[in-house]
Design a protein around this ligand. Structure first.
Ligand code: MSP
Length: 473
């Protein structure tokens, strides 16, 4: 699909705890796509948004533990999330916080429009609320009376709330048809099917205000209620189109999310937009989960890998590479520090070795690189796999490309060409290898931007020093 602009988002992260590897995962994938599209359609046509989700009971509870006001607490947490982005070299254009005053104003206007469109109704409600999920759970969702993700018993809450008439909106605005005909694209296909099945099974209206949660945006026209944290959070994607100069235009082209928050993004969010006469997002892509010993990795469960520590140990690019190389982006997989280390070694003995070897030979045989020699082969499916987010396949093809260059080197034996003084051929062969290495630097750029830059510099300076030095641990 020819595209003239690209607006991509990550979920906004809960700041109740320090950032973990799950957060890094969505951000890295979004960054890969943002960098890819910037090259393809131009810097200024891409807008990449990320940020933090700072209201609600979960955050207020965490603040209390630290004996801080919620505002003091979120202000102390946000720099940690920004630091992670910096360490991982994430190229977001803006960082939105739900406590930004401009965002709060957009949320109030949005909710006001929902009211005006008569899609809100006040009702008494009683339900089982999980603070970890920040949502009501149905009794069927519980395992031994507990939330399966957070392993805690939900709280019985009884309140008078404002309800968003989801079932009516979905029917009147033809939500299901829009998903079925691809106007709202849900990927991968298995997730699309899952959503369609659930919509067909029937939709329930959603409570979109809270009486007992103070830490939130005041509900327009009712000072005793705050806007439900998920509604506040989802609107961030839209706020960005209103509050930033040179910001993106609505609709978003792609919301990258984890599969746990698919329902909010694929059903509730498009319905909220359709209810106020706005376009739904174009695509929602739900990635899988890493597991640690078969269990979801989450702050609440406490089995997290610290992405900052790992990035500092192996380098941000290696972490970025390892995260996307390990398993298909849309599926679940296992991750561990050991696996990240193995990926470091794969890079050192593959790409790193090759760069040093080719440059060393060029230096040793004093060869002048011929700018026109072309013996390289393109990865034809690169764009297709980028669009379908098969990062694992692209990375494995790049590895094949690297291996093929090694085989070419072995076949052409530049050292023998040098010995027999076959200078013309030697120049051709080494020029070809040089260009293949330069080509890999282009291919890996979205995934490993620093390494790509380093390779380009090495090729210019003819510097053979290793890209991935030997680890001493
Ligand atoms: N604040 C909400 C999102 C609101 S968006 C309008 C939220 N935040 S979160 O911090 O809990 O999660 C953010 C993202 O991290 C989600 O996409 C989630 O799926 C992802 N991950 C959290 N743990 C993960 C793994 N163990 N593996 C992969 N991704 C995971 O939800």
């Amino acid at each position: 699909m020819a595209q003239s602009s690209f607006y991509i988002t990550t979920p906004i992260y809960y700041v109740n705890d320090v950032p973990h590897l799950g957060h890094a995962y969505t951000s890295v994938a979004a960054d890969v796509l943002a960098r890819y599209y910037r090259k393809k359609i131009g810097e200024k046509n891409v807008f990449f948004l990320t940020g933090t989700d700072e209201h609600g009971a979960k955050i207020a509870e965490a603040a209390q533990k630290f004996r801080l006001t919620p505002q003091e607490f979120v202000d102390s947490q946000v720099p940690k999330f920004k630091k992670l982005l910096e360490i991982l070299n994430i190229s977001n254009n803006q960082f939105i916080r739900t406590t930004d005053k401009e965002h709060e104003k957009v949320v109030q206007d949005f909710v006001f429009k929902l009211k005006k469109a008569s899609y809100i109704e006040k009702r008494k409600y009683q339900g089982l609320y999980c603070i970890g999920c920040e949502k009501y759970l149905s009794p069927e969702e519980l395992v031994d009376g507990k939330c399966p993700d957070h392993k805690k018993e939900p709280i019985l809450q009884s309140e008078e709330n404002y309800f968003f008439l989801l079932s009516r909106v979905a029917q009147e605005k033809q939500l299901l048809e829009k998903i079925e005909n691809g106007k709202i694209k849900i990927s991968p296909e298995s997730r699309r099917k899952e959503v369609i099945g659930k919509i067909r099974a029937g939709l329930e209206d959603v409570s979109i205000s809270r009486e007992k949660v103070d830490w939130g945006i005041k509900f327009p026209g009712d000072n005793n209620q705050t806007v439900y944290v998920w509604v506040d959070a989802l609107i961030n994607y839209y706020s960005a189109t209103k509050i930033y100069q040179k910001g993106p235009r609505w609709p978003a082209d792609l919301h990258l999310i984890g599969k746990d928050i698919l329902w909010f993004h694929a059903v509730i969010w498009p319905s909220l937009l359709l209810a106020i006469g706005e376009e739904p997002p174009r695509e929602i892509f739900a990635h899988g989960y890493f597991k640690v010993n078969g269990q979801k990795m989450s702050k609440t469960i406490g089995n997290v890998i610290d992405p900052i520590e790992v990035a500092q140990k192996y380098g941000a690019d290696v972490l970025r590479y390892a995260l996307l190389r390990e398993f298909p982006f849309g599926e679940d997989g296992d991750i561990s520090e050991e696996k990240i280390k193995q990926r470091y070694q794969e890079l050192a003995s593959g790409l790193g070795n090759q760069v040093s070897r080719v440059i060393s030979m060029i230096n040793k045989y004093n060869v002048k690189i011929n700018p026109n020699s072309k013996i390289y082969i393109e990865i034809l499916t690169y764009d297709e796999y980028m669009e379908s987010k098969r990062f694992d396949l692209i990375l494995s093809l790049i590895n094949e490309h690297i291996k093929l260059t090694d085989r070419l080197t072995e076949k052409e034996k530049p050292w023998e060409l040098a010995k027999s003084k076959n200078n013309k051929k030697l120049e051709n062969v080494l020029s070809g290898l040089y260009h293949r290495v330069a080509q890999v630097a282009e291919y890996i750029y979205p995934f490993m931007p620093q390494t790509s830059g380093k390779i380009k510099k090495k090729l210019t300076d003819l510097d053979p020093a290793p890209l991935f030095p030997k680890l001493d641990f």
